[in-house]
Ligand binder design. Structure first.
Ligand code: SF4
Ligand code: SF4
Ligand code: FES
Length: 249
């Protein structure tokens, strides 16, 4: 076991964890957009925290804990850093259609940090709606790469990839096809992990509550989270890293 202190609270936890995991195990939330369980990603930098004795902020999703580490997740320095980052991300962020904004963690964090969208924009009429069940709105994409990991490394479908570089970087399906014309297998893994709702079910609606259950269909027993609205199931998804299915469906 390793002893650390997060925001003044002493925690004894397993070795080999990151600061983000250790905080989660103690029910403390650190803002994170690109974190993907069991994968190194580290593209968003929203999870930066302060570690005593280190003049620089460190990414909590990739920094391992060590004995006696003292971590501040909500002090002025990381909060100011996150505020500037969120302001920058919201500059280019488009508008969601109706309730779909509720699926956007970026909007959630921006609201928490008192950041307004840079401008009121119309819903993007040129979003890719060619797939029968999924839509992709590039104006909502923060290029975090989670969908690329989900589609290629987790599902082995090799449909999604990055194209171009730097400011011009964008998400593409089968090297630049519309989603509905690509080799997409409609597994939904990219939709489940997308933190902004750039990839989302076409008919997604918010739920009144969610219920975690186990699928009884075969002997595997996948863990599934169901969204329930007016006593009807409105969506179902795996939970990243949880159950025998580890979030896959
Ligand atoms: S639905 Fe599945 S196969 Fe299609 S793009 Fe998303 S992850 Fe890839
Ligand atoms: S579509 Fe979603 S998951 Fe994929 S890079 Fe954009 S924001 Fe990330
Ligand atoms: S969650 Fe750590 S860099 Fe994105």
């Amino acid at each position: 076991m390793i002893n650390i202190v997060i925001n003044g609270t002493g925690i004894s936890t397993d070795e080999g964890q990151t600061i983000l995991d250790a905080a989660k195990s103690a029910d403390m939330e650190i803002p994170a957009l690109c974190h993907y369980e069991n994968h190194e990603n580290g593209t968003c930098r929203l999870c930066m925290v302060q570690v005593k004795g280190n003049p620089r902020l460190v990414p909590s999703c990739s920094t391992q804990i060590s004995e006696g580490m003292e971590i501040l997740t909500e002090s002025e320095k990381p909060r100011e850093y996150r505020k500037s980052l969120l302001t920058m991300l919201m500059q280019d962020h488009g508008s969601h259609e109706g309730e779909k904004e509720e699926k956007c963690s970026l909007h959630g964090y921006a609201e928490e940090y008192g950041i307004e969208p840079a401008a009121v924009r119309a819903v993007n009429s040129s979003a890719d709606r060619t797939h029968p069940g999924i839509e992709f709105d590039a104006s909502l994409c923060i290029k975090c790469g989670k969908c690329v990991i989900a589609c290629n490394d987790e599902q082995g479908n090799d449909v999604i990839g990055f194209r171009s570089r730097g400011q011009d970087l964008y998400i593409a399906f089968d090297s630049d096809r519309m989603l509905g014309e690509s080799s997409c297998k409609s597994c939904g893994a990219c939709v489940d992990v997308c933190p902004t709702g750039a990839l989302i079910e076409k008919d997604w609606v918010s739920a009144d509550r969610s219920v975690v259950s186990m699928c009884p269909y075969c002997a595997v027993g996948c863990t599934i989270e169901y969204g329930v609205r007016s006593e009807k199931i409105v969506w179902a998804r795996g939970i990243e890293g949880q159950g025998v299915n580890e979030g896959k469906l």
